[in-house]
Design a protein. Sequence first.
Length: 161
Amino acid sequence: MATVNKNLSDYDKTTIPNANQFRFGIVVSEWNDSITEGLYEGAYNTLIDNGVKPSDIIRWDVPGSYELIYGSKKMQEQNVNAVIAIGSVIQGETKHFDFVCEGVSQGIKDLNVLNDTPVIFCVLTDNTMQQAIDRSGGKHGNKGTEAAVAAIKMAHLRANS
């Protein structure tokens, strides 16, 4: 596993551009909200820690991870410098997991190809609830933190390219 020996919350603040001039959109899936709320907190706190004003963070909730695509597309229209799409899909007994994971990853990829505002993929695709807990503020840190760092770097790249 990629996160076995990595804490997703660890980053070197000296390598992060100043983000106080940027606005961010965060689109959060309500499905598996015990996980997505932890991811949101990690992302939000990291943005604040890196100079983003609370008034420059817009949060929208959508019903599930599949709806992150549309929510992120509409968020790109809100004069933000980057969007973070937060979701959690946990393997069940059917192929639904595969279809949702594939659709969401391809949809967010398409938004990045077709539009100028970067969308950061912060969708956990875990086999078990425990894996999701471990990556949303548990023993492996918080993927939301990692996504916020990526969003800041991509907003900076967009502004300086």
